[in-house]
Ligand binder design. Structure first.
Ligand code: A2P
Length: 342
């Protein structure tokens, strides 16, 4: 950050949560040009102090009056809070970057991944709100964008293996305490998830809908179409919660419009923004959740042709769901916003 660079007042709504904490970390790691950092959460956290760049900042109450003089408000306190407070933040003059699902499918609100559709940020003027996509969608589209641009995409078949941190701080504690209870030969309590998550896989993320899919699965369908600006892409997803703390993994089967070889996909992804190619099976190198924690890049590997169809490619895509899936993407939107529009 240079001395005479313009600096901004930033608020984090939900600063005490899993994503809020990562937002603090990302602002620091990326040397974001900050003037004031205002930390907001519920009454439970008021007065609590969080450390940022060696300084203690006291948490204040998230309220409609909390956004005076704020330039950018990063929201990650759940959809209800976004519905309740984001319009007030926008009315106070802030641009809201909302990590919840509240406004993602609102036609007036841009849904943005900076590596994929930065141009959409221009629509922030409609409501003063920019939506951050769902974590599973973000990492998948970072990997798919170069393929879309090169050969087009007809259909996607996705299975996800999603970490508990996507549910929030309480779910991290639940997995931890179940593993410890198991090791101590005690019974395991489940309250965040409807079933035991330790040593288990739950084919159930978010609530079930009438069509038999979960909301999480339909987020992947609808958000992908919105971001790629193409409702004709066929998409079917199965989203699964697995006993991993950080890092979502995804199997993505792509039917492209014209032929592309696995070697060409590797070449494309080796220089794609936000992607790190990890694909050397001779050395047993492939993306793994334990390697992505704390990383800004999305890891892609196991690239191979789907031999059951003419134009098919398989990918294994792994990313830190709290970083690229949430906090990092939000801060990147803020960076693009200040560079292009402020
Ligand atoms: P608090 O810690 O005060 O409850 P996570 O997704 O990790 O569970 O984090 C949720 C975040 O949203 C936390 O910062 C939490 O603050 C905040 N939050 C939850 N409910 C409210 C509320 N009613 N008003 C303001 N902030 C809230």
């Amino acid at each position: 950050m240079s001395e005479n660079q313009k600096k901004y007042n930033v608020a984090i709504a939900g600063a005490t949560g899993a994503v809020g904490g990562a937002m603090l970390d990302v602002l620091d790691r990326r040397d974001f040009p900050l003037k004031e950092l205002r930390l907001l959460a519920s009454e439970r956290s008021v007065g609590k102090k969080l450390l940022f760049r060696g300084e203690e900042i006291e948490v204040q109450l998230l309220s409609k009056d909390a956004f005076k003089d704020i330039d950018i408000a990063l929201f990650s306190a759940g959809a209800t809070r976004s519905f309740d407070y984001a319009p007030a933040a926008a009315a106070a003059g802030a641009v809201v970057i909302d990590n919840s699902s509240a406004y993602r499918m609102d036609p007036d609100v841009p849904l943005v991944i900076p590596e994929v559709n930065p141009h959409a940020i221009a629509q922030y003027t409609n409501r003063g709100i920019i939506a951050n996509p769902n974590c599973s969608t973000i990492q998948m589209l970072v990997a798919l964008k170069p393929i879309l641009d090169k050969v087009g995409i007809k259909r996607l078949v996705i299975s996800t293996y999603q970490a508990v941190s996507g549910t929030g701080a309480k779910a991290i504690e639940e997995l931890d305490s179940q593993v410890k209870a198991y090791a101590a030969g005690k019974s395991m309590d489940a309250s965040v998830y409807p079933h035991q998550i330790a040593f288990n896989c739950l084919p159930h993320i978010d609530s079930f809908l009438e069509n038999g899919y979960t909301k999480e699965e339909m987020k992947m369908v609808n958000e992908t179409r919105k971001i790629f600006e193409d409702d004709s892409i066929g998409i079917t997803a199965t989203t699964v919660r697995v006993p991993v703390f950080y890092g979502h993994s995804e199997s993505v089967n792509i039917e492209t419009k014209s032929k592309i070889t696995a070697a060409e996909v590797k070449e494309l992804l080796s220089s794609a923004p936000g992607v790190k190619l990890v694909d050397n099976t001779d050395d047993l190198k492939y993306p793994m959740a334990i390697d992505c924690a704390g990383e800004f890049e999305t890891l892609v590997g196991r690239i191979r042709e789907d031999e059951s169809i003419d134009n098919g490619i398989n990918l294994w895509v792994v990313s830190d769901n709290i970083l690229k899936g949430a906090a990092l993407n939000a801060v990147q939107i803020a960076e693009t916003f200040i560079a292009e529009y402020k």
